[in-house]
Design a protein around this ligand. Structure first.
Ligand SMILES: N[C@@H](CCC(=O)N[C@@H](CS)C(=O)NCC(=O)O)C(=O)O
Length: 315
């Protein structure tokens, strides 16, 4: 775990000390979009997505790539789930964890290729432009918006997960869920004081109660259709019982203890090809093996048994 400072790799854990024990997520740096009138135009086989199968933020991008029929237009490379002193790594001798563009060893080499004096964390997802050989965007909330609409002409897939009429409600739901759930589990897990942990823990479970209530009245988080708000929530919920309950100490309740949320999670898992984007072994391995500050033995739990294929009955 580390970061780049003026293009040089430094192995260091998050600085929570200066924040009273609180984990503070860094702002993403590369924020370009893809559009016919910009430098980054929607073209087939021009862009490459770097992901970790373990990472909930990268997972959003993988889901949108599937849902929007982008698989044959946007290629993918996957980093190895063990994220240790060199940060995210590729395995050149393993087809699954290979950097297909440059055969790099480390993801930080992509950041310095894009910007030689880059300072900041080396995060996934990374949306890469093969033509100009740089990072288009490394912010998942923006990558999924790009995937939602920028390639519609190419794919003919006009399904809209961020429809105009629902945008303000989606934004409001996202805002609460981002701070208290998506990032909330990290705030609890990476907290280094009791107070910081408790604050994040309470906000998280207040929000989970609110979500459970909402899902008892509506099939989805916003309106009666699946929207971006659901997919953003999904990638945290699907990791919750296997990782966040134990590793991040989010243990007031599990998702299986909330009848509506658990059925909703199964429905989303069973939707289209989404199940193929969920790699539970890599998810568990990444968190339990990489965060040695939280789990120094690096032992990865065997359980829990979760049947995501059980009928959801949400209809
Ligand atoms: N804001 C980014 C956050 C991405 C992020 O933090 N990804 C994690 C993996 S789950 C990461 O790469 N962490 C490496 C680090 O913080 O050094 C996004 O949503 O795209």
């Amino acid at each position: 775990m580390g970061l780049l400072i003026e293009g040089q790799w430094h192995d260091q854990w998050y600085d929570t000390k200066s924040q009273g024990g609180r984990f503070k997520r860094q702002e993403s740096e590369f924020r370009h979009t893809i559009s016919p009138d910009g430098p980054f135009k929607p073209e087939s086989d021009r862009y490459h997505l770097y992901v970790s199968m373990a990472c909930p933020w990268a997972h959003r991008a993988l889901i949108f790539r599937k849902l929007k029929d982008l698989s044959e237009h946007i290629s993918v490379s996957v980093v190895h789930p063990n994220m240790l002193s060199n940060g995210w790594e590729f395995r050149q001798d393993d087809g699954f964890y290979k950097d297909h563009l440059y055969d790099f060893e480390f993801a930080h080499q992509l950041y310095t290729k894009a910007k030689s004096d880059y300072t900041g964390r080396v995060t996934v997802p990374i949306l890469w432009d093969k033509q100009s050989q740089t990072i288009v965007n490394n912010e998942s909330s923006e990558i999924i918006r790009i995937f939602n609409s920028a390639f519609n002409e190419l794919t003919g897939n006009n399904h809209d997960y961020y429809p105009q009429t629902l945008q303000s409600e989606i934004d409001a739901v996202n805002e609460r869920i981002y701070h208290t759930v998506n990032n909330g589990v990290y705030k609890a897990g990476f907290a280094t004081t009791q107070d910081a942990y408790k604050e994040a823990f309470n906000e998280l479970f207040d929000s989970l109660d609110w979500i459970e209530q909402r899902l008892s009245e509506h099939r989805y988080m916003v309106g009666d259709q699946i929207t971006e708000a659901d997919w953003r929530l999904f990638t945290t919920l699907v990791r919750f019982d296997a990782v966040y309950v134990g590793h991040f100490k989010c243990n007031k309740k599990r998702i299986v203890d909330y009848p509506n949320m658990w059925a909703y999670l199964r429905e989303l898992y069973q939707h289209a090809d989404v199940a193929t984007t969920v790699h539970m072994d890599q998810i568990k391995r990444h968190y339990y093996y990489s965060h040695t500050m939280i789990n120094p033995t690096q032992v990865i739990p065997e359980g829990p048994d979760l049947d995501f294929w059980a009928p959801h009955d949400r209809d």
